[in-house]
Write a protein that binds this ligand. Structure first.
Ligand SMILES: [Zn+2]
Length: 316
């Protein structure tokens, strides 16, 4: 069993967080509207998730880490979402987030966009994840449903996961249109929380849609780098970058401040229904971009199999 560390987050009331975000996001977006609402039915378009909501025992798991990928890959680092569900004390958890595929299953490296209802007593897992890989035919993006080829719930190297019981309930709705600052949507939310709550770490996850505009997205190549990737520049030269069109459905996991667990403090993957997806960096159309998101503050952080040797390369 992997080593599992647990920490209780600071969990402010939804109304309080909404007020903090309303003020903070104004510094980075022209139009901002943050409120507490009932979670929309996420089984519907454009989400089509296998659970209605993102509420019920909300928690965040940071599994493995970038040091399993760079400077050189450690292919033996494989994990299973059904096991993670038990490790975070939430069997049957509904997972959303950002990770890497298990290369021994997929036959190469790729972005994993996990959308999984883990198995629970008598019920099989429901894996509605997407895989974004480089198309060997043309070097473009190839987005596939995981279940079209595979039946397991494995992943590899790293994942940042938001887990809940997948229930309806109250959530924080964030509408932010027309970006006026430099920060991307999630960095702006995270830094706003960090500024307000200081060393009281607040974790959040959920989903947001880039409704208008385009975004800068990367996909890892299918081949792991044979030579060590020692700097952010090395990593960026290895990654493949794309500009992808809205609507993009995104799965953010963020922690306002690392409480000393060697976390990736923000990580967002996205998918679409038109064949595009990957790792979100920012929008490339600030003058027309429109974001609509639903978030819940997590109660606990679980740090699973924290790499022994670490560094800060490749965490963007
Ligand atoms: Zn990623």
């Amino acid at each position: 069993m992997a080593k599992v560390e647990k920490l209780a987050f600071h969990v402010p009331a939804l109304e309080e967080v909404a007020g903090v975000l309303q003020k903070g996001l104004k510094e980075n977006f022209a139009d901002v509207q943050v409120s507490v609402v009932d979670c929309p039915d996420l089984t519907q378009e454009p989400f089509k998730f296998p659970a209605k909501g993102i509420c019920g025992n909300p928690r965040i798991a940071d599994v493995g880490g970038v040091p399993n990928l760079v400077p050189l890959v450690q292919k033996d680092k494989v994990y299973d979402l059904n096991t993670v569900a038990k490790e975070i004390q939430l069997p049957g958890a509904f997972f959303l987030g950002a990770g890497a595929v298990s290369s021994r299953i997929v036959g190469g490296n790729a972005e994993l966009i996990p959308v999984v209802l883990a198995q629970s007593e008598g019920k099989a897992a429901v894996n509605e994840s997407y895989v974004a890989k480089i198309n060997p035919e043309n070097g473009g993006c190839l987005l596939e449903k995981y279940k079209s080829k595979y039946k397991d719930c494995e992943f590899g190297l790293l994942a940042n996961l938001y887990a809940s019981e997948g229930l309806p309930g109250k959530v924080i709705e964030v509408r932010a249109n027309r970006r006026t600052g430099e920060q991307n949507f999630i960095t702006c939310i995270r830094k706003t929380l960090e500024k307000h709550y200081g060393d009281k770490s607040v974790g959040m996850g959920g989903t947001f849609v880039i409704q208008k505009g385009k975004a800068k997205i990367h996909i890892m190549p299918s081949e792991f780098s044979a030579c060590p990737l020692n700097t952010d520049e090395d990593v960026n030269n290895w990654l493949k970058f794309f500009e992808m069109k809205a609507p993009l459905i995104c799965q953010p996991v963020l922690v306002s401040q690392d409480p000393g667990f060697d976390l990736r403090v923000e990580h967002t993957h996205c998918f679409s229904h038109n064949g595009q997806g990957g790792h979100y960096h920012t929008d490339t159309t600030p003058e027309i971009v429109e974001y609509l998101g639903y978030f819940v503050p997590a109660e606990y952080l679980f740090r699973i199999d924290r790499p022994k040797e670490t560094h800060m390369v490749g965490r963007d």
